[in-house]
Design a protein around this ligand. Structure first.
Ligand code: SF4
Length: 467
């Protein structure tokens, strides 16, 4: 059973320090992120109106979020009219209970899944397992993660931390436990690995009576759900089983089909660097031979909506462009974030959704150099650095840190005090240690304090002005 992050022990600096020791992981990540990043730049450069599209995506999402209550009710009415069933889930426990009950009502004990961040966020696989239901992941990378009893580390490429030979090893040793075994003499050629996964999954698709998906978008005016994917596994899951259950975050809404036009251009180019993704599946309500249930998930989203700075994170379309350009993600990898949402968006979305009461969640807003590369890459212009800074101000600080900040604020707030402090520091500059002592040592564990200059800028200016 692939594990879901429901809060990892430790904090980001500790997790990252451990991850950067793994040179194989750093090599895998660097190779993969640079390849996707370069391809994305080319795909985006093909569109002369990219910035206008980006502005349109931002405006549509902001409008929808402002009127979310109205559009959600419109969506519910449209899905119900089309024969679907809508369920509202306040939190993870409620969503898991609804899905488990729906699966149990079918009499089945196995389900196939389309890759979905929302179901990982709520730990659905574990909740189903506790009820005796096995969930089979069908996205290739998710399959690798599940067979390897591993954690996903990227939105788009959850097994980005694995290379070909590691994948071959996982297939050889684990596939048989989950169904059709890997072919004999499996090589680590991509085509051979893909074929092994195809054969393994095909059996599963043909047997399964229940499927669980997420959704990239939901169109309020028609009650249509949209899933974009590259492998065709999603299309199999969405069309073959007799019962389809989709768990979707309430922020995935768009008012009209026309709005979808903007996002069908923004998402593929930003995520897989394609002009158009290979499979775009849309469905509205139940169809003959298939019962459809939509579980609308809040799980902290309305709380994020109430945050004036943080609410922009709900515009996210999970394209992963911000992960691929982030220097911190590239070195630390996805697991260090201890959340289903890694990288720059994870550093804001996780503490926004979960709060900052745990050591890990409070450390996430610091998992950034604030270089701004994520903001530039984001197709819906989420100002991630702005939210990071806001969250840092709200993060619970340790007493010594808080006292240090108070003293710094007191000094910096008054020019006379600042001048006196500068003169004092210059006089005793030789005595200033490179490392801070005691509880403040965390600041200097990984960096030296800068040398204090022999003369302050004020004194230099005064001397040169007089001359
Ligand atoms: S924050 Fe922006 S760039 Fe990052 S995953 Fe979300 S939409 Fe993509």
């Amino acid at each position: 059973m692939s594990a879901t992050f429901l809060g990892m022990p430790g904090n980001f600096p500790k997790n990252a320090a451990q991850a950067v020791q793994d040179s194989q992981l750093r090599y895998n990540l660097r190779k993969a992120t640079h390849t996707i990043r370069d391809k994305r730049l080319k795909a985006v450069a093909e569109l002369p109106d990219w910035e206008e599209l980006r502005a349109a995506g931002k405006a549509i999402k902001d409008h929808t979020l402002r009127h979310l209550d109205r559009y959600l009710v419109q969506l519910e009415e449209a899905v119900t009219r089309a024969g679907g069933h809508v369920h509202w889930a306040r939190d993870a426990a409620e969503a898991n209970r609804i899905v488990s009950d729906l699966v149990k009502a079918t009499g089945e004990t196995e389900v196939v899944k389309v890759k979905s961040m929302a179901t990982q966020e709520i730990g659905l696989n574990e909740a189903l397992a506790a009820q005796g239901i096995t969930a089979y992941e069908t996205d290739l990378a998710e399959l690798i993660v599940q067979l390897g009893d591993d954690f996903p580390s990227h939105f788009l490429v959850p097994a980005i931390h694995r290379n070909r030979s590691e994948i071959r090893e996982i297939f050889n040793t684990k596939m048989a436990e989950w169904g059709r075994p890997a072919p004999a003499n499996l090589t680590d050629e991509p085509a051979a690995l893909a074929e092994a996964a195809r054969l393994h999954l095909r059996e599963r698709f043909l047997k399964s009576k229940v499927a669980i998906s997420g959704g990239n978008f939901m169109v309020a005016e028609t009650g249509t759900l949209v899933v974009l994917e590259s492998e065709g596994n999603g299309r199999m899951c969405l069309t073959l089983p007799r019962t389809l259950i989709s768990v979707v975050g309430i922020e995935k809404l768009l008012p009209t089909w026309r709005d979808l036009e903007v996002f069908l251009q923004l998402l593929p180019r930003s995520s897989t660097a394609e002009r158009m993704n290979p499979y775009t599946s849309t469905w509205t309500g139940s169809v003959e031979g298939q019962d459809f249930h939509l579980v609308l998930l809040d799980n902290g989203r309305t709380q994020v909506l109430a945050d004036e700075v943080g609410r922009q994170a709900l515009r996210c379309i999970r394209c992963s462009a911000c992960l691929n350009v982030c220097p911190v993600y590239e070195r630390a990898g996805g697991h260090a974030y201890g959340s289903v949402y890694p990288g720059p968006i994870g550093a804001i979305l996780t503490p926004l959704l979960r709060g900052m009461s745990s050591e890990l969640d409070a450390s996430l807003p610091y998992a950034s150099s604030l270089c701004g590369a994520c903001f530039e890459a984001c197709p819906v212009a989420i100002d991630i650095p702005e939210v990071l800074v806001d969250l840092r101000a709200k993060a619970p600080h340790k007493p010594a840190e808080r006292a240090g900040m108070r003293v710094a604020g007191w000094v910096l707030n008054d020019s006379v005090r600042l001048e006196k402090a500068q003169r004092l520091a210059i006089r005793f500059r030789k005595l200033v240690p490179k490392r801070l002592p005691g509880p403040l040592s965390a600041w200097t564990d990984t960096r030296d304090l800068p040398d204090i200059p022999e003369e302050s800028f004020r004194d230099w200016w005064e001397r040169n002005e007089r001359a």
